[in-house]
Design a protein around this ligand. Structure first.
Ligand SMILES: C[S@@+](CC[C@H](N)C(=O)[O-])C[C@H]1O[C@@H](n2cnc3c(N)ncnc32)[C@H](O)[C@@H]1O
Length: 250
């Protein structure tokens, strides 16, 4: 697939290139068949552990209703489905139909007590009524959305009072050798793995830039508070390369 103009292109502001949502959808549509393989290799097998930590932070119990925003190929949604089984329900929404199709195929192979509905939808305009879920989870999505304020407001809108939002996201280690090593990994190692697994380079250039240009954890937590979440807690993993944000809809 030829690379669409980057969402970081200044021409975007002039409307001369596709908007971020179009770019992001094309990116994930294109890499979907190799997304899981890339994740496992580029995270040296750590990514599923990060998702388990995020699910633990959501304090899910059997019978709960959960929304996974930007479910992709479904790993976080299926981990949530396990936690709320056998009576709970997970709604998993994503922009990218190819990603969702792979998720649904994976969902066909899980135990009978896991209940997941795969639905197309945007984080900025969630396809469900107010106050209907006990928890919202989201993994590696928020730096990709075109309107973070709106996405957080929507997550809050669909949560019942007292419900939790848990966001798992990449960030940058705060200093020293780790920050340097992280930069080298994401600008050289991960793009090489991406190119070898998908044959494309541009999605992995975007990966680094989307992390480098995203809000730092303090600013992200402030954005969650601004959206009305209380009790916001930030947990850094891998020296700050991965962060779990947790907040409560009062
Ligand atoms: C990096 S993948 C993460 C997938 C999955 N959550 C995981 O843990 O592997 C990001 C996903 O978010 C989706 N996405 C990006 N922006 C979105 C938006 N505004 N609304 C809904 N989904 C979005 C993409 O299509 C993609 O499947």
């Amino acid at each position: 697939m030829p690379p669409p103009s980057s969402p970081f292109d200044p021409a975007r502001a002039r409307g001369a290139v596709p908007d971020k949502e179009t770019y992001v959808r094309a990116l994930f549509d294109g890499i979907s068949p190799r997304y899981d393989l890339f994740n496992r290799l580029a995270s040296v097998g750590l990514d599923q552990g990060w998702r388990r930590r995020a699910i633990a932070a959501a304090h899910l119990r059997p019978g709960m209703r959960v929304l996974d925003v930007g479910s992709g190929t479904g790993d976080l949604a299926l981990a949530a489905a396990e936690a709320v089984s056998p009576t709970g329900l997970v709604a998993a929404c994503d922009l990218s139909l190819p990603m969702l199709r792979l998720a649904a195929r994976k969902g066909d192979r899980v135990p009978a007590g896991y209940h997941v509905r795969w639905i197309t939808g945007r984080a900025e305009q969630l396809p469900m009524p107010d106050g209907v879920v006990d928890a919202v989870v989201s993994g590696f999505v928020m730096r990709n959305v075109s309107d973070l304020r709106r996405a957080l407001a929507e997550s809050r809108r669909v949560l019942r009072s007292g419900g939790r939002l848990v966001i798992l996201e990449f960030s940058r280690p705060s200093g020293g050798l780790l920050r340097w090593g992280h930069c080298v990994w994401l600008t050289v190692g991960a793009p090489l793995i991406g190119w070898l697994t998908t044959g494309a380079r541009w999605p992995f250039t975007y990966l680094w830039r989307s992390i480098a240009e995203s809000l730092d954890p303090t600013a992200f937590a402030a954005r969650m508070r601004e959206a009305g979440f209380t009790g916001v807690v930030v947990t850094a993993l891998l020296g700050g390369a991965v962060v779990i944000y947790r907040g409560v809809n009062p």
